[in-house]
Write a protein that binds this ligand. Structure first.
Ligand SMILES: Cc1ncc(COP(=O)(O)O)c(C=O)c1O
Length: 413
């Protein structure tokens, strides 16, 4: 069933809160930090209120069951088992927990992609410096998509990890994560997938993906609060990995000289947590699950396709997206396999992107920029400067996109 945009917008305080002093925002940057639904805001605030009224520990105790249920909700969102989920404060921490726990040694090879996110790549560089691992970048095809044949040709005994970004931070591309999973699984190589920009905008199923680790954030397409994220670790890996840092929650102190690591993915968590935010993450996931990820994808990607089409018709504007353009009448199944996603990147002749963003902000239209250093390899290979980035979500409308397009056109005239 298609989404009911009126209900969705009523559910979103940014569009209709009587207490919002600013006129409704035209927010087209879900890839940065999306607009929360009312239920997420209420859940966070209610938990904080409870903490203020009865004390933090007592509030945790009183809300123990729904807080525990968040693991189930996140697991359901990505087709995992609740024991395979660790709730963490962002996607980077989640990713790092998996990456740094892997026992890579000198001479081991990490295969990654050209669109890899900066935070991940600097961690590769650190382990190259510290542990002597080798970083090999899998070549891309002409659309910037990871080349599967090139990946197959790189597989050998030296490869100890395949770690790629599914959807890069700055536009269009959806890497063939499932096909990479097949190759990784056949070769028996651990597979770490950065799904930070994918979770919340499209269906995600860890079994179909064949990934061993998956990291994601709450605040982007999932519409959760800032400061939330999660890590999925495949059951068979959990007990083989010693977290890089532990405390007495991850590993209870069982005797004077002994600790015993937990047997679930929560061995990557700590004792103290932001429970109000966790509760908000649960509400965001429940909201997305209720709407249905396929519906969300169809709506968000449809708006992004429209935005791309219209932008490409404006003189002086250049789309900078990687990835295969969508066939306009493609089915859901086809969309999830080739596609360009809900992140749209572009540049405008002779304009400083920061100033363009500021001009639009002054009209309450929110888009952003993406600098070369967030995906340096891709930026270097395409000689890209800082570019503009917009990401409509299912709660946006074509009218909002038209307003943005008018504002962009006005910056050129
Ligand atoms: C592809 C990708 N991976 C990872 C991250 C890091 O996410 P977080 O800021 O939640 O740590 C981002 C953030 O923009 C991202 O775009």
């Amino acid at each position: 069933m298609p989404l009911d945009i009126d209900v969705i917008r009523k559910d979103t305080p940014a569009f209709n809160s009587p207490t919002n002093p600013i006129k409704p925002v035209n927010h087209l940057l879900a890839c940065g930090s999306a607009l929360m639904p009312q239920t997420v805001l209420d859940t966070v605030v209610n938990h904080l209120n409870l903490e203020a009224q009865i004390g933090g520990y007592e509030a945790h105790k009183q809300r123990a069951t729904p807080l525990d249920f968040v693991y189930h909700q996140v697991a359901q969102l990505i087709g995992a088992n609740r024991n395979e989920i660790a709730l963490l404060e962002n996607a980077t921490t989640a990713w790092c927990h998996a990456f740094y726990a892997l026992p890579l040694k000198a001479g081991d090879r990490i295969l990654t992609c050209q669109a890899e996110y900066a935070a991940n790549y600097v961690a590769f560089l650190q382990r190259a410096k510290r542990d002597g691992v080798e970083i090999i970048v899998i070549p891309s095809d002409e659309t910037g998509r990871l080349d599967l044949e090139a990946l197959e040709n790189l597989i050998d005994d030296r490869v100890a990890l395949i770690a790629i970004t599914w959807i890069p931070t700055n536009g269009g591309l959806v890497n063939p994560a499932k096909e990479v999973g097949k190759i990784a699984n056949e070769a028996g190589i651990p597979y770490l997938l950065d799904a930070c920009q994918a979770v919340g905008q499209m269906p995600v199923n860890v079994t179909e993906l064949g990934c061993d680790f998956l990291s994601a954030t709450g605040r982007k397409f999932l519409r959760g609060p800032r400061g939330t994220g999660f890590l999925y670790i495949k059951q068979s890996f959990i007990e083989t990995l010693e977290p890089i840092i532990i405390d007495h929650f991850a590993a209870p102190w069982t005797d004077t000289n002994e600790y015993k690591l937990r047997t679930d993915a929560r061995r990557f968590e700590n004792w103290e947590n932001a429970y109000a935010l966790r509760a908000g993450l649960g509400a965001a996931v429940a909201y997305a699950n209720d709407l249905g990820m396929e519906n969300i994808q169809t709506a968000a990607w449809g708006l992004a396709d429209y935005l791309r089409q219209q932008l490409s018709a404006i003189k002086g504007v250049h789309l900078q997206d990687n990835g295969h353009p969508n066939a306009t009448n493609s089915s859901h199944q086809e969309r999830s396999h080739q596609q360009q996603c809900a992140i749209v990147s572009f540049s405008i002749d002779d304009q400083d992107p920061h100033q363009t963003v500021a001009k639009l902000h002054a009209q309450n239209i929110i888009i952003g920029t993406s600098s070369p250093d967030s995906t340096l390899l891709d930026a270097q290979s395409r000689n890209l400067p800082t570019i503009l980035r917009a990401a409509p979500h299912y709660y946006n409308t074509r009218q909002e996109i038209d307003l943005m397009l008018e504002a962009i056109t006005a910056t050129i005239d």
